[in-house]
Design a protein around this ligand. Sequence first.
Ligand SMILES: *Cc1c(COP(=O)(O)O)cnc(C)c1O
Length: 483
Amino acid sequence: MEPLIYEMSSPGRCGANLPECDVPERPVEDLLGAENLRSDLPLPEVSELDVMRHYVRLSQRNYGIEVGFYPLGSCTMKYNPRVHEKVAGLAGFAQLHPLQPEQTVQGALQLMWELQQYLGEIAGMDAVTLQPAAGAHGELLSLMMFKAYHASRGEATQRRVVLVPDSAHGTNPASAASCGFSVRTLPSDRRGCIDLQALKEAVGPDTVGLMLTNPNTLGLFETQVLEVCEVVHAAGGLVYCDGANMNALLGIARPGDMGFDAVHFNLHKTFSTPHGGGGPGAGAIAVKAFLEPYLPVPVVARRPDGSFALEYDRPLSIGRIHSFTGNFLNAVRAYAYIRALGPEGLLAVAEHAVLNANYVRVKLQEILPAAYDRLCMHECVLTAQRYKTEYGVRALDIAKRLIDYGFHPPTMYFPLIVPEALMIEPTETESVETLDAFVDALHRIAEEAREHPDLLHEAPHHTPVRRLDEAKAAKELCVCWRA
Ligand SMILES: *Cc1c(COP(=O)(O)O)cnc(C)c1O
């Protein structure tokens, strides 16, 4: 068992070797005030080598996309090519100060402006902002713009309800509530799509708009999307596309052409910038021209002379939603990704993402059938219901056992409408050998479920820590060391 860094402490050891002070020293009491100083802070005292070994050992226990297959559905854990890190690390990008004069950051502004053009083209939309720091942040921003639009027509007090299908990602209703709206949930139909009849009954003069994910979180294309958008528009509402995962659509279909008014991209999913450790993300949004006046400031714009500028004078703007221009280095990585692949490369991403997901779906259909038996898009949602009924083995147990086989588990129990759901998103970068190995592991696990269900109940067996009490960890969060 790896000790905590505190447990490795030995008085007098020191990991830092600081140069001698070359300015006059002042007592720290003068700077901070004696009442703010504490004498009981038990910081660990360890040598540099001990610190280094401790954290390298911990890092080697981490599972990441560079270690193995990571089919975490809806999260698009695709490989981030190393050249992106090189580009994002260039001093001309990484060491910019956000308050530098505009003429000294023309290259950075040009990159943002060009990325906006590319994302607008991919979305089939007219205007883009890179500011939101996450997908959920892009959702919130779009709803704030919907609110401003309805207000401009004198309908702000009347339009209070956001419609959200029951298969939606939890951020959708959360964003609507954060924006002060109430949420009405719509059922899915037999094919796993939004129920058009229920939508027709739900829309009305109180509708702010509909938030729809396409492909939806069942990994299925919303085949009636044109009619869905028409129904909402006819009632005076707007339609928002949750475009967190655009892997199936790149170069093939565009939310703007489907009738959506706004869409967010997760640059940290579709456009490969790394994520999973809690940040920093980037949730750029793209909107139709009639929403452009409400975009947050500053807007990255090109002047008639070809130079680039940050525009603040936008009287209808909803204001600021992030400091400066958002998480710029994520924009650099997304730009590098798009430029490296080009239009044909992006199309190939979509084709391979869809092919890989369907390959896995079909190879598993005997043991883990799809919740909806249709061609899927970039991910497939399977159900382990049969194992629960017959052997008392849950999707959770299967996921935990996959860890023993060296794979990151898929997303579980999402979307909420599928019992014992396993949501598998291979992404486009995986080879057929990797997919086969994963499929093989699941076939072996299915056999184990029938013959030795307890092997699964107790999994994982080969990890530094065994199965954790996840409910306790969530409810009694303890991240502080105490003696
Ligand atoms: C990931 C995801 C989101 C939220 O994105 P964050 O960057 O985590 O806020 C929203 N909708 C769907 C479908 C997603 O997969």
